[in-house]
Design a protein around this ligand. Structure first.
Ligand code: VNL
Length: 393
């Protein structure tokens, strides 16, 4: 007994020190499946994000098969309900019990941040497909991002507004990471362009009551209200915006594309017409790659239109698949290395995972809500090419 233990310990030491005879031992057997663990808010107030990412990830697998480097690929989806403690526990279980090769998903910033230390400690690559606070990328050297950052999305509208007759603006954002990023970048760029931000309002992330804030904006009568709210929440704000008569008072609405999210845009009605936003993805993006994506997504998920969360999930799976293929099914540092630097044509347009920052570089479009074929879409009319995250200087 004692002898066996010490032998085993000796073997462990030999492996760590690299004294293994012959070829290096692979960390997996050829018969082991490659497990990809996605953690998403499939329930709770942000379930639409989970539903979109999951649908797109499953579409990617359906289109590209379940075998990589001769091994079976298993996609595991776990529901964290949008609660960080749950995300952390699920990540721990996926790494320790399921021995996933890579983690993905992460619907909101706090959920990504809660998982980052686990990715670092276990050397498990972690693909952030939805959350978008600039600083997430710094939380672990094992993070790769296929979503976007709020500074990236915000500069488009912040530069467009002062060139288009908007001089005085009030900002309204969700009071957490991405909202603070959006507010900071909007104020800086809009002011640089000659505009003036007269007030900056922050609403709680959970169950926001927009009424008192919008009343304040109505009284202040700026040229426009700039808004960031997480995906799925924009419709409630839009309803209140018109009910309180802000549109009639001549106050324009400008926003990041999170507010006119394709998942809910069509349900917003005429109130949304003419709203100008900037973002990295529109279901109306005019390219063959996007047409094929929207068609396949809608076919696999009748009644659903893919939004920017879906594209983050679809591209996230692309980065994982191509990374695994190049790394011959290995995880850890080897997979991280093959995920970095990937450049490809996404449904959103051309993208690159910057090898140095691990963050996504992508085009940012200026769009206007229009009725196309009886449905509301964000129609792109201008573009900033190959935008890096400006939040990192
Ligand atoms: C976040 C950013 C979440 C943008 C979002 O929707 C969004 C985040 C759920 O980083 O928490 O549209």
């Amino acid at each position: 007994m004692h002898k066996r233990t010490s032998l085993r310990r000796l073997a462990a030491v030999a492996i760590t020190a690299g004294f293994v005879t012959g070829a290096t031992l692979p960390a997996f057997a050829q018969s082991d499946p490659i497990r990809i663990g996605l953690i998403l808010p499939m329930s709770g107030p942000f379930a639409s994000t989970g539903r979109q990412v999951e649908a797109a990830a499953k579409l990617y697998v359906a289109q590209h098969g379940s075998t990589i480097a001769g091994r079976k690929v298993e996609l595991i989806v776990k529901d964290d309900g949008g609660t960080a403690d749950v995300t952390r526990r699920l990540a721990q279980e996926l790494v320790v019990n399921d021995k996933v090769t890579v983690l993905g998903g992460f619907g909101l910033t706090p959920l990504a941040l809660a998982t980052a230390p686990i990715a670092t400690q276990s050397k498990t690559p972690m693909v952030v497909m939805a959350a978008a606070t600039s600083s997430i990328i710094d939380a672990s050297p094992f993070i790769v991002r296929t979503s976007f950052t709020l500074p990236q999305a915000t500069i488009g509208i912040a530069e467009w507004a002062p060139k288009n007759g908007i001089r005085r603006v009030v900002t309204l954002v969700s009071d957490y990471g991405p909202g603070i990023d959006a507010e900071k970048v909007f104020v800086a760029r809009f002011t640089q362009g000659g505009g003036q931000v007269t007030d900056s309002l922050r609403v709680p992330l959970r169950n926001p009551d927009f009424a008192p804030f919008l009343q304040k904006v109505r009284d202040a009568k700026p040229d426009a209200l700039f808004v960031f709210l997480p995906s799925g929440v924009g419709g409630q704000m839009m309803k209140q915006f018109t009910e309180r008569g802000l549109d009639k008072a001549g106050i324009r609405l400008i926003a990041t594309g999170d507010v006119t999210d394709d998942d809910i845009l069509n349900g917003m009605g005429d109130a949304a017409l003419g709203v100008v936003t900037s973002h990295h993805y529109s279901a109306a993006h005019d390219s063959p790659a996007n047409k094929a994506f929207v068609e396949a997504f809608t076919k696999a998920n009748p009644g659903m239109r893919p939004n920017f969360m879906a594209v983050g999930g679809y591209d996230g799976m692309r980065v994982i698949y191509k990374g695994l293929e190049a790394a011959k099914g290995a995880g850890g540092e080897a997979l991280l290395a093959t995920m970095k630097g990937q450049s490809f044509e996404s449904p959103r347009g051309p993208v690159t995972i910057d090898a140095a920052t691990r963050d996504i570089v992508q085009d940012i479009y200026i769009r206007r809500v229009e009725r196309v074929g009886g449905q509301l879409y964000n129609v792109e009319f201008d573009v900033l090419r190959a935008v890096r995250d400006p939040g990192r200087g």
